[in-house]
Design a protein around this ligand. Sequence first.
Ligand code: FAD
Length: 450
Amino acid sequence: MAEIVVVGAGLSGTLMAYELLPQLRKEDRLSVISQGTVYHFVPSNPWVAVGWRKREEIEIDLADVMKRKGVRLLTQGAKRVHPERNRVELGDGTSIDYDYLVVATGPELAFDEIPGLGPQGHTQSICHVDHAAHARDAFEQLAANPGPVVIGAVQGASCFGPAYEFLFILETELRRRKLRDRVPMTFVTSEPYIGHLGLDGVGDTKGLLESEMREKHIKWITNARIDKIGPGLMSVEEFSDDGTSRKAHELPFAYSMMLPAFRGVEAVRGIEKLTNPRGFVIVDKHQQNPAFPNVFAVGVCVAIAPVGATPVPVGVPKTGFMIESMVTATAMNIGALLRGKAPTAQPTWNATGRLRRFRRRLPRAAADSAAQRQLVLQGRMGAPRQGRLREILPAQDAARRERAVLRAFRSRQAEHRQAQGGPNRHMSGIVCTEANPTRRQEEGACHECR
Ligand SMILES: Cc1cc2nc3c(=O)[nH]c(=O)nc-3n(C[C@H](O)[C@H](O)[C@H](O)COP(=O)(O)OP(=O)(O)OC[C@H]3O[C@@H](n4cnc5c(N)ncnc54)[C@H](O)[C@@H]3O)c2cc1C
């Protein structure tokens, strides 16, 4: 019999438990250590912050779910992991020994690194549902007394997507309430350019996001380092691409939401060879810690190096795509180890990875179940069993939002292309009559077609 323990029951920890179950032998036992029994779906927090969702709508009681799955839920939280003793010390002073451990503790939010940052200071956050509920109250105060808004992500942040998402959500809600003209908006980010996203851009994210922001009269400051935040005033230093200071800004605000930098949680931070200096868990290509091979890690708690040097530090986002892929590989590797085989499954750390790329790395059975889940998320197939609908609905929500954003981007892109001369306009800048002979023009065929 083997004892498998997952620490953390957020997105990656709960997925981990679900994917581990089919990999276990009859005699093995799975325990999940959580902080309390309530799971909340983090990607829906931005909606809670503007009142598009109530917090109860994005929360699930894990005690019931895990019981039905036959998973032991320990709700007292992990105080400290002791990898050299294969033991996790729990919040109530008891402990649990493991044969295999999966760390899925997500991030600790480093608000303390900037004076005045965060819900205890002067800005809002959407990283936790409690913060989102607090941000909602602050938003209602803004609606009652409109003024400038500053949204963004601070130095060292890695989670840029939700900052942009929240920017556009807030803008939409302000327009719906007919308040937008009384609320000047500024996006402040440590990214070197708009749409960098910690990934040096994805396709034309720079062009698309800049275009949307211009269209919506949103100003921006990139390469920004936040020095301090006082009540209603943010001190920002803007850097040039060569790393020299360019301009100091004092930004007044009536409402601000700034995503903080992340670091590893206390239960694992500072454990030599397990975590890096920032407290993120070091893993190899099999999600396995090289020094403690029976310890795996998945999700935001995993150490991933930045994609390149930037004037102001930015981290790499760990998205749902990556997390799913990390979880599947980890489950398969633990399954292999339980059967005396070597771990071979590798995740893709591609933040926007497509299923096709993912499938290439997985055996057929696993890829099929991933493909099925993808179809359910895309709304092209019903959830396999009624009972699983509750698990799948919040994810469908996120997928629906993602599709709506993509649709809006695509239609803007099409408009833009049309304005530039239509689909047959080539890089040479002319409308090519070879490619579209019905639109004969004086220029003739361009050099790209000849
Ligand atoms: C606002 C926001 C929106 C996002 N939206 C998207 C999106 O739309 N699409 C996408 O792909 N990604 C999105 N992400 C990124 C990513 O998918 C989420 O951050 C996701 O929640 C990460 O999952 P996780 O399990 O690693 O961390 P978390 O969800 O934070 O879960 C970690 C869990 O570990 C628990 N924990 C921590 N310490 C301990 C301890 N000592 N003992 C026991 N338990 C502990 C915590 O209580 C928590 O429940 C978003 C992120 C944010 C912040």
